[in-house]
Write a protein that binds this ligand. Structure first.
Ligand SMILES: Nc1nc2c(c(=O)[nH]1)N[C@H]1C(S)=C(S)[C@@H](COP(=O)(O)OP(=O)(O)OC[C@H]3O[C@@H](n4cnc5c(=O)[nH]c(N)nc54)[C@H](O)[C@@H]3O)O[C@H]1N2
Ligand SMILES: Nc1nc2c(c(=O)[nH]1)N[C@H]1C(S)=C(S)[C@@H](COP(=O)(O)OP(=O)(O)OC[C@H]3O[C@@H](n4cnc5c(=O)[nH]c(N)nc54)[C@H](O)[C@@H]3O)O[C@H]1N2
Ligand SMILES: [Mo]
Length: 685
């Protein structure tokens, strides 16, 4: 469907056109805009990983722009963890070894069940994140693994944990430093591993003296004895593992939390051992994208927004910096952005902080904007001029990669369940056809979209037609690869870092202008850094802990799933609720100096008395789509309260899980009319 740009935000102005007409329109706009402003004026907005996520680089390839942008402030998802590991260990995200890829699984002779598992800011039963399947934690618990939870909130796993450190959101680095402090002071680390395979241990030992456990206890709001108990339990368990989640990324100080967590794994000798943290085989592994990043872009790569300012972030993500992209949209500097393409991103409802600011900036800057989507979303409604219907993963054969190809485990093949509906295209078909249209010289060796998938998606290693019957392809799992040379391109023993060792003192952080050792900084807005705001905003706000029924902003229009969670919920402790006159199920306003959002109260001890938790990703597909309502997406949008531009020195992180706020009851009710949801989106059941 297309719509005149002057009618952006008008749900009744879409006109259905053919694919041919749509590609004509794109070609015309692309040629017009790039002739005037250059190809760099194109921007691809991306969201979280999914099959089409592998498409984003191809999309930049097709538009030949250096600007692909995952629009969450500070790229605060997964990449801070991947990047810190890449810089410090030389391999991306060290995952818990859950016996994936071993023929005998948990009973394989090569495997050992971890004695202890720390779940740090991750809730794998709800989130099954990044290729990890949460049930593995239960499987391991059945085989004896003891759990430690580091999480301000209570969840199913934390209630089964030996220790639950309910720290104040955003203070993780203080805790990490204190754990290192104890383990080093008590000598309960793996001296041989430290001696042979790490760099900078003495400097780390000196640094963590700054964070004695009594100090961390005060900062984090947990008992000092519990910090000691956790340090001793983790360090003396053999093997032991840490699963570290999104809470690490969603703070400006997150790279330092990551640094502490990697240091904990390393000094206890749990890196690349059975039941510890598994590392990818750097030479034998498939990577998801299997493709040459600067194909067709050449030196324009250097024009990427944010590359000069935050190379640590942009070089490793191959993406322009979100916050600086927002600034560029607002100012037209260093050059204007004019042509937009959303590839799996609903930034108004979910991905981006200060969403109204993003919407305004996009609409004022972009002359043309398009998307390929499964649903009409608030973002497409507000800002797009062209929308292609997407064939979902149920309607096509596809590929998925666990851990983004960063671990030695599997590639999965998904086989379609139903025939394609209507005139939809898959992401890969779309980008293939668009590439052929805009640059007939591109992918000349691909005669069909299947050739394109084999070449670019599967990196030439597999043929889709041969392997989709397998459902999953497993790689051989090897341990202690630092001894055999499989962790370095030159096949020498050691790690793929400048010193060849795990850098507890990070020479790369130092080169990039950050402190080589971990340090604690308070969140920008917190009871400690802004005590003057406490009268007005007495609660710490954390957001977005995953729920089973929704994937971010998706599935609100699937009545079966919406029934599980019909309204946006904010969690508040019973004592606070009583004090503020908030009843369970009452509508409230959550607010701070940046904005407000309306939520239904869930009065629960899952949060403590200092903390409030609000769900993310809300919009109401049953509501009026016309601007300014836009399916009610700004009404219950917790990102109204979270500012951009509060990332760390290297360009990573955002205060998504550590802001301040207040909450008050309101008299209006916004209860979802489930009968209406069923009527609009159900099939009459
Ligand atoms: N307050 C708060 N905000 C958050 C978070 C939080 O914890 N708290 N989490 C953040 C995180 S970690 C992330 S990753 C972002 C996620 O942000 P997004 O990735 O933007 O979120 P989604 O709603 O999953 O997806 C965006 C759109 O992609 C469409 N889509 C789904 N599958 C496909 C596909 O295969 N191809 C295409 N082309 N489109 C598809 C969906 O219909 C949806 O409209 O949100 C962030 N926002
Ligand atoms: N069902 C479902 N699954 C999903 C998603 C979804 O939207 N829905 N999104 C996917 C995406 S893109 C991502 S990135 C992953 C994320 O998945 P996870 O990494 O599991 O992250 P979250 O569920 O956001 O939060 C995990 C835990 O962190 C806690 N927490 C909050 N603030 C802090 C803090 O400051 N410190 C600590 N230590 N803990 C804190 C929360 O209480 C929560 O229990 O999930 C993926 N899977
Ligand atoms: Mo994410």
């Amino acid at each position: 469907m297309k719509r005149d740009p002057k009618h952006r935000g008008r749900a009744d102005k879409w006109v259905q056109i053919t694919h041919e007409e749509a590609f004509d329109l794109i070609e015309k706009e692309y040629k017009r805009i790039t002739a005037k402003y250059g190809r760099k004026s194109c921007v691809v907005f991306s969201g979280t990983g999914r099959e089409g996520g592998g498409m984003n680089p191809y999309a930049t390839n097709v538009l030949r722009t250096p600007n692909m942008c995952y629009t969450q402030s500070g790229y605060a998802c997964y990449l801070p963890r991947l990047a810190s590991a890449a810089y410090i260990v030389g391999v991306v995200y060290p995952e818990l070894d859950y016996a994936g890829g071993l023929p005998g699984r948990y009973d394989d002779p090569a495997y050992e069940v971890p004695e202890c598992l720390i779940l740090w800011g991750k809730a794998p039963l709800e989130s099954n994140p990044d290729g990890f399947f949460g049930h593995a934690v239960i499987d391991l618990m059945r085989r004896g693994t003891r759990i430690i939870s580091v999480d301000p909130r209570v969840n199913w796993l934390s209630t089964r944990a030996d220790h639950h450190l309910r720290l104040r959101p955003g203070t993780d680095t203080a805790l990490g430093m204190a754990l290192l402090n104890i383990i080093i002071k008590e000598g309960i680390y793996d001296k041989q591993f430290v001696e042979s395979w790490t760099y900078g241990f003495d400097k780390l030992a000196e640094r963590v003296k700054d964070m004695p456990p009594e100090k961390a206890a005060g900062i984090c709001g947990v008992k000092m004895e519990d910090i000691y108990a956790v340090a001793r339990m983790y360090a003396t368990a053999k093997p032991a593992a840490i699963q570290w989640g999104l809470a690490v990324d969603q703070k400006a100080n997150g790279m330092q939390t990551a640094q502490c967590i990697i240091s904990l794994m390393s000094i206890t000798g749990n890196i690349d051992v059975p039941g510890g943290q598994i590392l990818a085989d750097i030479n034998g592994n498939v990577n998801e994208v299997g493709y040459n990043m600067d194909q067709g872009i050449g030196d324009d790569f250097n024009l990427m927004i944010g590359l000069q300012e935050y190379p640590a972030c942009c070089q490793v993500t191959f993406q322009s910096h979100a916050d600086l992209t927002l600034k560029t949209l607002e100012t037209g500097k260093p050059y204007p952005l004019k042509f937009g393409f959303y590839a799996g991103n609903n930034l108004l409802s979910c991905t981006s902080m200060e969403p109204q600011r993003w919407a305004k900036a996009i609409n004022e800057s972009l002359e043309f904007c398009m998307t390929i989507e499964c649903f009409m979303t608030p973002t497409a409604e507000a800002t797009c001029d062209l929308i292609f219907p997407l064939a979902t993963i149920c309607e096509r054969d596809g590929t998925v990669f666990t851990h983004y190809g960063g671990s030695p485990v599997t590639i999965g093949f998904t086989n379609k369940a139903v025939e394609k509906q209507g005139e939809s295209l898959s992401d890969l078909e779309f980008v293939y056809l668009l590439g052929k249209r805009l640059h007939p010289d591109l992918w000349t060796d691909c005669k069909s979209v299947n050739d394109f998938i084999d070449k670019l998606r599967l990196g030439g290693r597999y043929k889709f037609k041969d392997v989709h019957k397998l459902v999953s392809v497993q790689h051989e799992v090897k341990y202690r690869k630092f001894e055999t040379g499989d962790l370095r391109r030159d096949h020498e023993p050691g790690f793929n870092t400048p010193t060849g060792r795990i850098e507890l003192y990070s020479t790369i952080f130092e080169q990039l202008g950050d402190d080589p050792l971990p340090y604690y900084v308070e969140p920008k807005y917190s009871p400690v850094s802004t005590p003057e705001l406490l009268d007005k905003y007495p609660f710490v706000l954390t957001t977005g802990a995953r729920v089973i029924g929704f994937f971010h902003s998706e599935h609100r229009q699937i009545p079966y799933l919406r029934e599980l969670n019909p309204n946006p919920l904010v969690e508040i402790h019973p004592k606070n609720a009583a004090k503020l006159g908030i009843a369970d199920g009452q509508w409230c306003e959550v607010y701070n100096q940046f904005g407000s959002a309306k939520y239904k109260a869930k009065v629960t001890c899952a949060v403590d008395e200092k903390t409030i938790h609000a769900q993310h990703g809300w919009w109401f597909p049953e509501d009026d789509g016309n601007a300014p309502n836009l399916y009610g997406t700004f009404r219950s949008n917790i990102n109204n309260l979270i500012p951009n531009f509060h990332f760390g020195k290297l360009g990573f992180g955002a205060p998504v899980k550590c802001m301040l706020c207040n909450i008050k009851p309101i008299t209006e009710s916004y209860d979802t009319d489930m009968a209406l949801v069923w009527k609009k989106f159900g099939k009459g059941e």
